[in-house]
Design a protein around this ligand. Structure first.
Ligand code: SAM
Length: 324
């Protein structure tokens, strides 16, 4: 482009403002209108001229058209001129209102593209969150609610699920199990997490594993179904609680999944709420909380599916000594 034509294009104040903005950012007509407070048709006319003179580039994305000055693509005379123009724009405060509005335009664009991104992600998020984050955050949040300094006893601790759940917040965590191998794995978990508050007890839950009033909280998670007389174990554990102490039990609701009897040695095919409430009451515990976690189908290696039954978590408070 000849110098004279270049100067003619630049001599228009509006075009000058548009070129300045498009040197800084790639923008749509809408965005230019917001930044300059000029009408869109007027801007479009000027953009047409700037495009004819090869001063700006146009890029299409979906139904949007974006414009910008690509320094490398400018004609040789314009390329010579541009650094001086940019220098003069830097020092010129008359453009400050355009700059302020441009900031707002870019910030709105960011918010818009961010919310669009999350709109698209929404349907995949639950599965992705499970893959990326697992249960660790849920556990940490739960832990945050646990008062410090309690004595928690976990009966049938297995490989130490509650060690992960409660961590070092309890003053003492008594982990009871009758399987040496389970306890060894739980010990490894405690070591890996630097937990020094855990006392491991190799003991039979049916043989009074806790001293009278020893614990503030007793948890018995996926264990009751193994006992022939769960009500006796509950009464026994209730004695191990402080008055006002809490027993948290998790197990399956009544179900017909016979494979659990065969494969995992379940003695009971779940428990109803009424049965649990009665047993807890007989143990001197008042049922104060009940939550049901729906079961789900799981695929088997042979291509068939089986069902994990609905489970419950009961919370009961020791109000008095057990009956008898
Ligand atoms: C299904 S696992 C559950 C482990 C753990 N509570 C959890 O939720 O991951 C059952 C655990 O109870 C223990 N257990 C079963 N009967 C027991 C008994 N009579 N005394 C002590 N522990 C017992 C088993 O050794 C096993 O570790």
């Amino acid at each position: 482009m000849e110098m004279t034509r270049l100067f003619r294009v630049l001599s228009d104040a509006t075009r000058f403002r548009l070129l300045r903005l498009l040197t800084r950012e790639e923008l749509t007509v809408n965005e230019l209108a917001e930044a300059t407070q000029l009408a869109q048709p007027r801007i479009s006319n000027h953009l047409k001229i700037l495009r004819e003179e090869d001063l700006i580039d146009e890029r299409r994305e979906g139904s949007w058209r974006y414009y910008r000055v690509e320094r490398e693509k400018l004609s040789p005379p314009a390329r010579v001129l541009w650094p001086s123009l940019e220098q003069s724009w830097e020092d010129d405060s008359t453009f400050a209102p355009d700059d302020r509005r441009l900031e707002a335009v870019l910030s709105a664009r960011h918010t818009r593209s961010s919310s669009q991104f999350f709109d698209e992600l929404a349907h995949r998020w639950d599965a992705l969150r499970q893959d990326l984050l697992g249960e660790a955050i849920g556990r940490a949040i739960l832990r945050a609610f646990l008062p410090e300094g309690l004595v928690v006893a976990d009966i049938g601790t297995g490989t130490g699920y509650v060690l992960e759940l409660f961590g070092n917040r309890p003053r003492k965590l008594i982990a009871v199990d009758h399987s040496e191998t389970m306890l060894e794995l739980a010990r490894e978990k405690a070591r890996a997490r630097n937990l020094s508050n855990v006392e491991f007890r190799l003991a039979d839950a049916e043989d009074t594993p806790l001293k009278e009033g020893e614990a503030d909280v007793v948890t018995v998670i996926q264990v009751l179904h193994h006992f022939e007389r769960p009500e006796r174990v509950l009464a026994n554990l209730a004695r191990g609680l402080q008055p006002g102490g809490i027993l948290i039990a998790n197990d399956f609701l009544e179900h017909q999944e016979l494979w659990l009897r065969k494969e995992l040695k379940h003695h009971w095919l779940g428990f109803s709420r009424d049965r649990m409430a009665a047993w807890l009451a007989d143990a001197g515990l008042e049922l104060v909380g009940w939550e049901v976690n729906p079961g789900h189908a799981v695929p088997l290696e042979n291509g068939l599916k089986t069902r994990i039954p609905d489970a419950f978590t009961s919370v009961a408070r020791r109000s008095r000594g057990p009956k008898g």
